[in-house]
Ligand binder design. Structure first.
Ligand SMILES: C[S@@+](CC[C@H](N)C(=O)[O-])C[C@H]1O[C@@H](n2cnc3c(N)ncnc32)[C@H](O)[C@@H]1O
Length: 313
């Protein structure tokens, strides 16, 4: 019996350790990295913020650039990934903060910094978060419908599906997911939740597939847009970006640079509009920079990336 208990405990421990993120297990590939370094040009001695540290690829290179006397403030709302990347910054002046970037001023106050020389925001989520079934961001694997990037607070996707009015769900799918059949999907959800709660990614994906006619010729799964819409709503992605953009002018020194990578048109529109204010910004990218064919081939996830960079006047 003792032997059996030991074997069970060991297998539980092995499974637990395997499921934890470590910096070696992170697979995310940074997007448009050289372009950011070249145009936003972090320099030795400067103070920078990486508002979306993630797997730390951009952060590490920026921290190397600002060394030896500069520093980097690395923010992420995902405590787990922020803990996992710690050893990527060994020997570099990097301080990590678990926070939403819409709390930029609060973070800077704790860090005792008034203004910075540069900020990067690489929006959305890392491949590692997308691939973790337990986060429910992807319908490729079955998992709980969570979708929160900050798993320490807030309502999950399953909560939204259970409590929002049918009209509100339709708005989320239409506005944030750009789903043509938003009303149909919302109606199906409202009917289905009377029978049983919708709790898993496969439950939702199958329901969407049954509600939406498959686009002939399109290789995109019909569930893609609904999942995008829900994720944006769960994380209030557009609200957070708006608040960051509003706060930035106060927190950048004159000639401070800001680089923002967005992954869908709703985000890019907000960034473009903010940078149009010529009293505040000089844009360093006339048009958004997109990844080269080579980068897209090597990292298909970069396909929808758009980079805009501006300088504080
Ligand atoms: C695309 S990944 C960043 C990848 C990173 N640049 C790299 O090279 O490894 C985006 C990261 O931003 C974080 N994030 C997204 N929205 C955020 C927000 N509002 N506040 C703080 N972190 C956020 C996500 O948790 C995720 O880790």
């Amino acid at each position: 019996v003792r032997f059996l208990i030991d074997a069970i405990l060991e297998s539980i421990l092995t499974e637990f350790l395997r499921s934890r993120m470590t910096s070696n297990s992170l697979r995310h590939v940074s997007v448009l990295l050289e372009e950011i370094l070249q145009i936003a040009d972090p320099r030795s001695g400067e103070t920078w913020i990486d508002a979306t540290c993630g797997a730390g690829g951009h952060a590490r290179r920026i921290a190397e650039r600002v060394a030896p006397n500069g520093q980097l403030i690395a923010i992420d709302q995902d405590a787990e990934i922020l803990a996992a990347v710690a050893d990527r910054f060994e020997g570099l002046a990097v301080r990590r903060y678990h926070a939403n970037f819409d709390q930029l001023s609060a973070v800077l106050e704790v860090a005792e910094i008034d203004k910075v020389d540069g900020l990067l925001a690489d929006l959305g989520f890392c491949s590692d978060q997308m691939d973790a079934a337990s986060r429910g961001l992807s319908f490729q694997q079955d998992g709980p419908l969570d979708m929160r990037l900050d798993q320490s607070q807030g309502a999950t996707a399953a909560d939204l599906l259970a409590r929002e009015e049918e009209e509100e769900l339709a708005r989320i799918f239409k506005e944030y997911g750009e789903e043509r059949f938003a009303r149909k999907v919302a109606r199906r959800i409202a009917e289905q939740r009377e029978i049983e709660p919708i709790l898993t990614t496969h439950q939702l994906a199958n329901l969407v597939r049954r509600s939406v006619p498959r686009d002939s010729g399109s290789r995109i799964d019909p569930a893609t847009r609904v999942f995008q819409g829900l994720r944006i709503a769960v994380n209030d992605e557009l609200g957070c970006l708006e608040r960051l953009l509003a706060e930035l002018p106060r927190r950048l020194k004159a000639n401070g640079r800001v680089a923002i990578i967005s992954f869908h048109s709703l985000e890019d529109r907000l960034v473009k509009q903010a940078f149009q204010n010529q009293d505040i910004w000089e844009t360093l990218t006339r048009k958004p920079i997109v990844p080269s064919d080579d980068e897209m081939r090597q990292n298909p996830r970069s396909r929808s990336a758009k980079l805009r960079i501006a300088k504080r006047k």
